[in-house]
Design a protein around this ligand. Structure first.
Ligand SMILES: [Zn+2]
Length: 332
């Protein structure tokens, strides 16, 4: 895998060239057009997104004028999803790609190879920041070095470059900003339907504002403010609504916590009187269940919404999550 500092450099370069490249180069598989507007045949804009929450936004804003595909297949955990060569080829043939860098290194790399689509990097629009529990992959085998730190303390390690937390979509306010950026990109690519995109954005904004309001009021008066999750997906949500997230496995759902990290989470559970350990559908609940058994807590599902929900959509899953949080934190 490419070291983080290198891929960050290439991402910066990509952001600079992506707009300019539109008019200068056409990928072999892409019909060349003289400007960035949609194909003259009137076909829907072809939009590729990295994974579900961005797909939700692109579909809601684009409506009937877009054909949205997700690079990450449904029910696949998107962290570090590896693109197949055919996925890269498919990307080349799209009009617009919307993503956040740093979440799927394989997609970051692929986007340095394609020159057909406009590339919309949403990270600036949603103001990605570092959160405790978000760290680099331990590619250099330095796990032992940090065995005495919890995920919560990890970000303070001077040797660790602070990585941006990609999980912006669990904060409806940041989702609103991402929706705005997508609307701007769609209107530029397809000015004929700009009014539709604007109207769709208004409706979506109303939904997202409603979620924000529900969360603000629903989490205002709770007995506890710390919640324990499987992986550290809920940092922006916690920050927005005055809560504290403690996670079992940090930002990467696949990483195994060390015994010391597990002990630290167990201590948090005991000290905060936590009664619920949250699990998620695409990650094994084994560790969470063991922790719950040891502490007398129960488990419940909190959906990080990294893949399309089995029923309903992003907004419905967010509402379900709010009810789960309210129960876990004993909110009035
Ligand atoms: Zn995640």
């Amino acid at each position: 895998m490419v070291p983080m500092n290198v891929s960050r450099r290439s991402r910066r370069a990509l952001a600079v060239i992506s707009a300019a490249a539109l008019g200068l180069a056409c990928a072999p598989l892409t019909a060349c057009s003289t400007d960035s507007s949609r194909d003259a045949d009137g076909a829907p804009l072809s939009v590729a997104v990295s994974f579900y929450p961005i797909q939700y936004l692109a579909q809601a804003v684009g409506g009937e004028h877009v054909n949205v595909t997700s690079v990450t297949p449904t029910n696949v955990e998107p962290h570090d999803y590896e693109l197949a060569p055919k996925d890269v080829t498919a990307l080349s043939a799209t009009d617009l790609v919307a993503y956040v860098p740093g979440f799927q290194p394989s997609l970051d790399d692929a986007l340095t190879e394609v020159s057909g689509p406009t590339v919309l990097d949403l990270s600036a629009a949603v103001t990605l920041t570092h959160h405790d529990g978000v760290e680099h992959d331990h590619e250099d085998g330095d796990d032992d070095e940090h065995a005495d730190t919890t995920h919560a303390e990890h970000g303070e390690d001077a040797d660790e470059t602070e990585a941006a937390d990609p999980h912006f979509w669990l904060d409806p306010v940041r989702m609103r900003s991402a929706a705005q950026a997508i609307e701007t990109a769609l209107a530029q690519a397809d000015p004929d339907h700009a009014a539709d995109y604007e109207a769709n954005l208004a409706a979506l904004t109303e939904t997202l504002d409603g979620l924000d309001n529900d969360y603000s009021t629903g989490l205002a008066q709770c007995e506890r403010s710390t919640f324990v999750t499987s992986h550290a997906a809920f940092g922006y949500l916690a920050e927005r609504y005055g809560l504290t997230q403690a996670s079992i496995s940090g930002v990467d759902p696949e990483s195994e916590p060390s015994p010391a990290e597990l002990a630290a989470v167990k201590k948090i559970v005991q000290e905060t009187g936590t009664t619920t350990i949250f699990t998620e559908d695409l990650v094994s609940p084994k560790t969470a269940e063991a922790l719950a058994a040891e502490t007398g807590a129960t488990t419940a599902v909190l959906n990080p919404i990294e893949s399309a929900p089995e029923s309903g959509d992003y907004a419905a899953a967010m509402s379900t999550n709010l009810q789960e949080l309210r129960t876990a934190l004993s909110c009035k």
